[in-house]
Design a protein around this ligand. Structure first.
Ligand code: ADP
Length: 627
């Protein structure tokens, strides 16, 4: 029997497989099983019209056998089979355009071996683990069977042989173990079982394996020392019908929850399950879950966003990042579309038009679902928001605010008047007639914000304040700039847009000398000293002038201590407060003491604003002196 050579382009791919240093060699099994399933599809179709075949859909199956002594792994199907020409054309060359494209890409990017593991490379991938492959096959309509055999690079042989029944048997003789690599794992039944579950669980035909099991020997059943014996039993390894292919009405929430926790190894229950099936320009089914708890690694680099991508029940990739936008990166789930080829590479995936359309549809769908949850199931929405609200806020801030319109109505902030989380829309609907801005105040927590002197006036006017307690909150509002044409305004802003009444104006005039005195005393520490319009019971407070707020100053200095970021400080004095009045009268009688008062009051304003004192011991000395 003459040795035949592989076609040159196939040879290159083959070389790559044989010498592969790729760690995910396991995907070869997925490839072989997918081929078997395709072959069955073809014969199954013929069986519909050819009664002579005498086969119905339930007769079709794929079998796997592992022989530890011979070190062979055999995958058998009763599909359409191949004749001599097919073997030459299909296994002697790279048949599919997908594989060819793959090869082209490899030629351009030789170092990118990684894509082997991610995408279909077909029959040849078996050479990553095989030292020899034998294919025994009999084609529908053919009288003879053929045997194809190859030990890789130096070509293949084809000869006629005997075989009962139609279909193909692929016998893979595993490579010898080396110091670095053991191929024996592919003979272990639990490993094979795991691989089938992982990559081929939704192949539509049963994938069967004769499993070795253990049981108590019948005759020792009742004895004190029961003895065990091995026995073999055929088992179907795959679940065949994926849950997302079943009609929503036929699946219980418990089943979805179970699938979610098994598939994504999640401990929580999803707060929302989204099932969608689309037919049209693109055809796909998607099953998405919105978790109720933040995964422990969510805000780390370890967390990988993305959905699982299947093509007709075969896993293409575990994490197709392109399918979900960054602001919904918490969504887990799967997408199954027949519009993709198994042989698609990562580069091709990124630019695939079908996939882009699916991603856009899914983004809208997730948004709609969240929005309807917000209106109709507030309790669960708040649960979700506690877990992932921060992500939505990042979404508003990132990409230069590109997604803010889409996300603003999904945001919640704690309200000073409602004492619960509210939406921006609810806030604006409640705004008082004379109220110009949407007010917010920033601090560690609600209690700290309530204690801020700057919020006193707002509260006394009955204006609602949104509490910003997370570092991203204030940035979010800055990014939004306005909501329904209302501007956001920080309580620490020097202009709260509240009209002075006459009495306050009088006060302001009276205080001019005092304000000048305090400004001169404090020098560059403050940009301005003003008569406060917002203080009611506190003597002083600090507000920020210009674009940088205190919270921004604190945030930037915490992430980059030498950032030099400093908000311009405006010291506001409550001219009616007794401490301020005392200072004023001291200017005449004891100017040194008046200066000390000014210093102490300034330090107090810093402390209340949560800003560090420049010299804490000087401050305590001063206080003691005055006491
Ligand atoms: P692809 O599956 O992408 O076409 P492969 O290299 O995996 O590429 O397979 C090449 C061809 O060999 C297949 O298209 C199919 O025609 C044939 N083939 C492979 N395995 C089988 C099988 N088990 N039964 C019938 N034909 C097969």
């Amino acid at each position: 029997m003459a040795k035949m050579q592989f076609k040159s382009e196939s040879k290159r791919l083959l070389d790559l497989m044989i010498n592969s240093i790729y760690t995910h060699k396991e995907i070869f099994l997925r490839e072989i099983i997918s081929n078997a399933s395709d072959a069955i599809d073809k014969l199954c179709f013929i069986a519909l019209t050819d009664d002579k075949l005498g086969m119905t859909r339930s007769d079709f199956k794929i079998e796997i056998k592992a022989d530890k002594d011979a070190r062979t792994l055999t995958v058998t199907d009763n599909g359409i089979g191949m004749d001599k020409d097919d073997l030459e054309n299909n296994l002697g060359t790279i048949a599919s355009s997908g594989s060819y494209q793959f090869k082209q890409e490899l030629t351009e990017k030789q170092d990118d071996i990684d894509i082997i593991g991610q995408f279909g490379v077909g029959f040849y991938s078996a050479f990553m683990v095989a030292k020899e492959i034998t294919v025994i096959t009999k084609k529908y309509g053919s009288d003879v069977a053929c045997k194809w055999q190859s030990a890789g690079a130096d070509g293949y042989e084809i000869e006629e042989c005997e075989k009962d029944g139609l279909g193909t048997e692929i016998i893979i003789t595993l490579k010898d173990n080396t110091d670095e690599e053991s191929y024996d794992e592919f003979l272990e039944q639990y490993r094979i079982q795991g691989l089938v579950k992982r990559y081929s669980d939704y192949i539509r035909y049963p994938i069967m394996m004769e499993m070795k099991k253990s049981r108590v020997k019948e005759e020792t059943k009742d004895s004190d020392k029961p003895e065990y014996e091995d026995y073999f039993e055929w088992e179907t390894l795959n679940s065949m019908v994926p849950i997302w292919q079943r009609a929503k009405k036929d699946v219980t929430q418990e089943e979805y929850d179970k699938f979610y926790s098994e598939k994504f190894m999640a401990m929580d229950k999803p707060v929302k399950t989204i099932v969608t099936s689309v037919e049209g320009v693109v055809t796909y089914k998607a099953l998405l879950f919105i978790p109720s708890a933040t995964p422990y690694d969510y805000y780390t680099k370890e967390y990988k966003k993305g959905l699982q991508l299947y093509s007709s029940g075969v896993l293409i990739t575990d994490n197709c990042e392109e399918l979900v936008p960054e602001h919904f990166r918490f969504v887990k789930g799967i997408v199954d579309t027949a519009d993709l080829s198994l042989n698609i590479s990562r580069e091709m995936l990124q630019h695939d038009r079908h996939l882009l359309t699916i991603a856009q549809n899914l983004e809208k769908k997730i948004r709609r679902e969240l929005s309807s949850m917000l209106t109709s199931d507030r309790e669960n929405y708040e649960k979700f928001f506690k877990a992932f609200g921060r992500q939505l806020k990042y979404g508003v801030v990132s990409d230069y605010g590109m997604h803010k319109e889409d996300l603003q109505d999904l945001l919640l902030f704690y309200s000073s008047t409602e004492k619960k989380l509210v939406t921006l829309s609810e806030y604006v609907d409640r705004m008082k007639e004379e109220q110009k801005f949407i007010y917010f105040a920033t601090g560690e927590n609600a209690a700290a914000i309530d204690a801020l002197p700057q919020t006193e006036l707002l509260r006394s006017k009955g204006f609602e304040i949104l509490y910003c307690t997370e570092d991203v909150d204030e940035f979010t509002l800055h990014s939004l700039m306005t909501y329904k044409e209302k501007r956001f305004c920080s309580a620490t802003n020097d202009d709260l847009g509240i009209e002075n009444d006459e009495a306050e104006k009088e006060d302001e005039k009276d205080g001019t000398a005092l304000l000048t005195f305090v400004k001169e005393t404090l020098g560059d520490k403050v940009a301005e000293v003003t008569a406060s319009k917002k203080l009611v019971s506190h003597p002083v407070c600090l507000t920020a002038k210009g674009g940088i707020s205190f919270e921004m100053e604190k945030y930037f200095n915490s992430v980059q201590p030498d950032s030099g970021m400093k908000a311009q400080r405006v010291l506001e004095l409550n001219l009616g407060h007794s401490a301020v009045r005392t200072m004023e009268s001291l200017i005449q009688t004891d100017i040194d003491k008046a200066r000390k008062y000014a210093e102490v009051l300034y330090c107090q304003a810093l402390l209340i604003a949560g800003l560090p004192l420049e010299n804490p011991s000087e401050y305590t000395d001063l206080v003691c002196e005055l006491i």
